[in-house]
Design a protein around this ligand. Structure first.
Ligand SMILES: [Zn+2]
Length: 335
């Protein structure tokens, strides 16, 4: 099969042998894959991983072969899968149902081979069926949308949580924008792209701040919040400078939620976090069922987040396209 192999320096299209399935696995023919910030961080050298490796995990494909222990009904189904594979179902976390934090877990496309390839062998317990009403391209948003919903699963809101700010309007920021608005929060969005800010506004964001036209973002946010700062701030920027602004823009006893897996070290002064008793949350993978429902019902719009599409053979160009424009949101690789 053709696969995009990352050797630690660059991605090259190679012809390698097709994956063989075990009795518990299915063979999936990949149809479309989104490029994630995590893929970009690995290729940029910010997030270390084993090499050589096939990256990619935001995918949709069709089950074309099943192992003998797999339920027949999976055959020919359009699917995506959980990102955390190699689950032992026996560890401290698995016993609590927290499979995404299993101590044996290996993340698809990060720790083990992923989906920038024609085929992948997957354990059947990882699969989720995709309804016919969700097109392939939209289905590549299921995994990141699950992560967006998880923001609020890991950070319970209380009666004082009314105003939320989001720093960074990439794919994840624009998904969290929509999920936050469903919870009735007043939303401030911060980014350097008018195109992304206008999209957030179209989704319902109450205030937009273009950082290119704003010298003092914490001050601007205080102006919008009676001088207090935002009750909750979500960071999807992966940028240490933004994190300093976020701490300064959060009200005393407020909540900061970190979503970026950018890999790079973040030197910040935590004194203000301690003195003003800020709480720092984080979250990663969430419920795929909820994300599938969210796209199917139309409560979250994903089509407008697609900036461009490339064939697998042009994957190098696809990765570069993220660096070409501030307005870029999401690239999809089609097989
Ligand atoms: Zn486990």
């Amino acid at each position: 099969m053709k696969a995009a192999v990352f050797d630690g320096k660059e991605i090259t299209i190679k012809t390698i042998s097709d994956p063989k399935i075990k009795d518990s696995q299915v063979l999936v023919h990949i149809k479309a894959v989104g490029i994630c910030g995590t893929d970009l961080a690995i290729v940029n050298g910010d997030l270390p991983t084993v090499t050589p490796i096939i990256l990619g995990h935001e995918f949709v494909g069709e089950v074309i072969k099943i192992g003998k222990n797999v339920d027949q009904s999976w055959l020919n189904k359009r699917v995506t899968s959980e990102i955390n594979s190699n689950i032992d179902f026996d560890c401290y976390y698995c016993k609590q149902g927290l499979f995404t934090q299993c101590i044996s877990r290996k993340a698809i496309g990060i720790d083990i081979n992923g989906t920038f390839a024609e085929y992948i062998a997957l354990e059947s317990y990882l699969l989720h069926k995709i309804p016919d009403s969700i097109p392939d391209d939209d289905a590549t948003f299921i995994e990141p949308l699950a992560a967006a919903y998880q923001t609020f699963e890991m950070m319970p809101l209380d009666q004082n949580d009314k105003i939320m700010a989001i720093f960074g309007l990439g794919k994840l920021g624009l998904l969290i924008t929509q999920v936050a608005l469903l919870r009735g929060l007043i939303l401030i969005t911060v980014d350097g792209s008018n195109k992304k800010l206008n999209l957030a506004k179209k989704f319902g964001a109450h205030h937009i701040i273009n950082r290119l036209n704003c010298k003092d973002i914490p001050n601007k946010i205080k102006d919008l919040t009676n001088g207090l700062g935002a009750d909750i701030i979500v960071d999807t920027t992966g940028n240490p400078d933004a994190l300093r602004e976020i701490i300064a823009s959060c009200r005393t006893r407020g909540k900061i939620h970190i979503k970026s897996t950018h890999g790079i070290e973040t030197p910040i002064n935590l004194t203000d976090v301690v003195v003003r008793e800020l709480t720092i949350y984080s979250s990663r993978c969430g419920s795929f069922e909820k994300a599938i429902e969210g796209i199917e019902s139309g409560e979250v719009k994903v089509g407008e987040l697609i900036s461009n599409k490339f064939q697998l053979s042009d994957i190098k160009k696809a990765f570069k396209s993220y660096k070409l424009s501030r307005d870029h949101i999401k690239t999809i690789i089609q097989m």
